[in-house]
Design a protein around this ligand. Sequence first.
Ligand code: G1P
Length: 289
Amino acid sequence: MKVRKAVIPAAGLGTRMLPATKTVPKEMLPMVDKPVIQYIIEEAVASGIEDILIVTNRAKSAMDDYFDYYPELETRLNQAGKDKELSEVRRAADLANIFYVRQKETKGLGHAISRARRFVGDEPFAVLLGDDIMRAQRPVMGQLIAAAEKYGASCVGVQKVSTEAISKYSSVKISPLEERIFAVSDMNEKPTPSEMFSSYAILGRYVLTPDIFDILERQAPGYGGEIQLTDGLQTLCKQSKMVAVDFEGRRYDTGNLKGFLEATIDFALDHPETGAWLKSYIKDKAELL
Ligand code: G1P
């Protein structure tokens, strides 16, 4: 099993980040000095992915423009001797082979993934949710791919969440295989505390086998009246092997304001140009609070 392709669903309406996301796709909001989606693509590339499909909608063309060349700007930067800026602008366009498909109707995550069928063909593929940025020593998708390849199975990335938080996610029924890796036998989307299988929730990263597409085609709408990926995965884990990786790293939900701000602070603290300055700024502020 070799995972070469990735799908990034990025067709959501961004309703948790309004009004900023009325005309700017939430995936294009700046996280320090790069748009959110670039972190996700960099994680995929660092995990060995070569081809990436972004599932977009009619309001997201700023994303395709961002990953394109921009000759007028590049010539201007070159003439001005702004080599660092020029190489950053170019690097974004050369990160990976990026393809796009539109989800013409907002019918849920499972429906968005089903739009990737022609791109994926008959191979296993990675899914990275466009809102979920990971900060990790070892790329989180790389951790999942290693487990998927080792077990010849589909794979979901999980972490423990509190009982109060589980209803924002999906919960998995698991049994241990080795340190940080479990076998998955069931799951459900947005469970109440009494419905949850465990406190492990799926958090934005998947390696799927192509048999998910036939399942999603037959999938009835679930939570929120939408075609849910989790409902399709529930069928997949019962018909073929699936593992869960309790991945190492911190996940940020940049699709809501608090998660976005937490990620901004943590990434700015790590950034060579802003880290030392932000640390002293926060210290000064904290003294005044
Ligand atoms: C989606 C998935 C859910 C997952 C969550 C976090 O939910 O449907 O299973 O736990 O992302 O990755 P959403 O955040 O779109 O409601």
